[in-house]
Design a protein around this ligand. Structure first.
Ligand code: ATP
Length: 246
C-alpha cells in the first residue's frame, strides 16, 4: 500500500447510470497524496455519485478505482482504516450522545485521535453529552465531520463540508481542513462554496452532466473561463448539459 507519497486516488473511466439517467459518464481523475481537490458542478452534475464510487459506497457500472492502491470493494476492511467519509446524510444512532458516538467510531480504527481532539476540531466540546437527535442541523453536520476524521484518515472525502453552517463554524471547518493538509492528508471536497475552494483547494475537478469538463487549479479555472472570479468561471463553464436537456 502506497501511503507515503505519489498518487492517492486513481479513478479511471468511471460510469454510473440510474435507469435513464447517466449520473457519471466516463470520468477519470488522479489525486496526488496530500492534495486537496474540490469536486464542483451544478446540482445533479454527478459529484456525490462520483465520490461515493471512490469511497466504495456505490458500485460503478464500469471503470476502476484505487485509493492508496486499494480496491474500495475488494479491500473494503483495509480501506476503512485509512479513509474518512463524511457524506450528505448521517446514518447514526440518534439516541447516542456526541461523546458516545465519537467513542464508538474510535473503536473502528487502530490509532484514532483522542475524543477530546476530535470534538475540539469541530467545536463540539460543549455538546459532548447531548444526544445526536437533540443537536441542531449544523451541529449534526459538524459531528459527522468529527466522525470522518477521528480515525486519522490518510484520505478524507467530505461532501458539502460547510453547507448550512454559520460563519464561525465554517471558519472552524476550514481550519480543520488546513490541519489535515498540514498532516498531508489527501482531501476530496465536494462543494458549492467558491470561497472555500479558493481558500482550501489545490485543484478543482468540474463535472457537468456527469462528464468531467475541467481539472485545473482554481486560478487556472478562472483564466480558462476568461472570468474575474471563481463564481463567474463556474457559471460560464457549467450548466450546458442541464440547459441542453430543457
Ligand atoms: N439513487 C438514485 N437513484 C436515481 N437517480 C439518482 C440517484 N442518485 C442520484 N441520482 C441522479 O443522478 C444524477 C447525479 O446525482 P448526484 O447526487 O451524484 O449529483 P450531485 O452533483 O452530487 O448533486 P447535488 O449538488 O445536488 O448534491 C442526478 O440526475 C440525480 O437525480
Amino acid at each position: 500500500m502506497d501511503d507515503t507519497g505519489g498518487t492517492a486516488v486513481v479513478a479511471e473511466n468511471l460510469r454510473k447510470r440510474y435507469g435513464d439517467t447517466i449520473a457519471v459518464d466516463d470520468v477519470s481523475l488522479r489525486v496526488e497524496a496530500g492534495e486537496c481537490v474540490g469536486i464542483l458542478g451544478v446540482n445533479g452534475a454527478g459529484k456525490t455519485t462520483m465520490v461515493e464510487m471512490i469511497a466504495g459506497l456505490r458500485v460503478p457500472d464500469d471503470g476502476r478505482v484505487r485509493v492508496l492502491g486499494l480496491d474500495p470493494r475488494r479491500d473494503r476492511a483495509r480501506l476503512r482504516q485509512v479513509m474518512g467519509v463524511q457524506l450528505q446524510q448521517a446514518y447514526l444512532h440518534h439516541a447516542l450522545t456526541v461523546e458516545e458516538l465519537v467513542r464508538l467510531f474510535r473503536g473502528f480504527y487502530p490509532n484514532p485521535r483522542p475524543a477530546d481532539e476530535a470534538l475540539e476540531l469541530v467545536g463540539l466540546t460543549g455538546q459532548r453529552r447531548t444526544r445526536f437527535d437533540r443537536l441542531s442541523g449544523g451541529q449534526q453536520q459538524r459531528l459527522s465531520i468529527a466522525l470522518a476524521l477521528v480515525g486519522r484518515p490518510r484520505v478524507a472525502i467530505l461532501d458539502e463540508l460547510t453547507t448550512g453552517l454559520d460563519p464561525r463554524a465554517r471558519r472552524r471547518m476550514w481550519e480543520a481542513i488546513r490541519r489535515l493538509r498540514d498532516e498531508k492528508v489527501t482531501v476530496l471536497l465536494v462543494t458549492h462554496a467558491m470561497e472555500e475552494v479558493e481558500r482550501l483547494c489545490d485543484r478543482v475537478a468540474l463535472l457537468d452532466g456527469g462528464r468531467l469538463v475541467l481539472v485545473d487549479t482554481p486560478a487556472g479555472m478562472v483564466a480558462r473561463a476568461g472570468a474575474d472570479n471563481l463564481d463567474d468561471a463556474f457559471v460560464a463553464l457549467t450548466g450546458k448539459a442541464a440547459e441542453g436537456a430543457e
